[in-house]
Design a protein around this ligand. Sequence first.
Ligand SMILES: [Zn+2]
Length: 319
Amino acid sequence: MILGKHRVGNCCRLTILGKAGNVALVSDGKKSGYRGVQRCGSVWVCPVCSRKISEERKEELNELLGWARSEGLVPIMLTLTFSHSRQDNLKRILKAMKSALKRFRQSRLWRSLEREGDVVATEVKHGQANGWHPHEHLLILLRATNEENALASIEALRSEWTRCLGHEGLKCNAHGFEVQGAASAGDYISKWGTAEEITLSGHKSKGGLHPFGLLELAASGDKHAAALFKEYVDAFHGKRQLVWSRGLKKKIKIHDVTDEEIAQKEEKGGEVFVLFDFEQWKAICRVRGLRGELLDLAVQGGQEAVEKRLQALQQGPPT
Ligand SMILES: [Zn+2]
């Protein structure tokens, strides 16, 4: 499927080594994957890469929490959003929210916080009633005598957020600024990446659809969902999902890797079920949905099930 200038669902298609390389289907019984393929590395657009990137980012966030604990810091979760409606254009409101956040972080009050560092995560959902719902989660590590004081120091910034939104022509109600303590911060990280997984397993998530839910509807022929997904892809193209404050990764000794680098890392372990040469792999890619189907078969029925499916393909017309 091609959405604007972005190609969706074509990940894992090209072999890294070109015509000389083999593609291997590997599985350890619990999960399966392909080795020897090129990945798109988009955390926004591609469910395959997104899952892989999320797993690694989650580890980094856990390291951050562990480090914060050892340093006696108080982690606070601040969720920022604003009032939105079905008529809003995502690109426009996302840009406005980002500008408001920039202003917020430049404010005197923000700069006076006893802050050791922070991580900003940008998310979006889509709801029937109120359209796009972009929001920012800020994980802020504070030096404070206790959590109560830390919460109070962030709560004091509430009117600052309203002011910054106002500059962009946006406003919010009480839900636009939500402050939570360490337990919520830990909970958020432990669920990192699962929103996509829940979406892809077909369950409805709270507060609207994750974009991958729209992608799934689009794949089943829903034109409206396809248009919305395209709007989302255009709005988020080139944006970073997670932004760590300057120097924070260095403090924890986390090596900075890009999403693309994570996506390109080969899966370790597992057993090689099938090796495809370039021509065979091209044939696999031509059958719609087959790459995903083979991965599912590998986990559910093992090597035998995969081989049976491939034999059936050779005998009859592709199904
Ligand atoms: Zn991809």
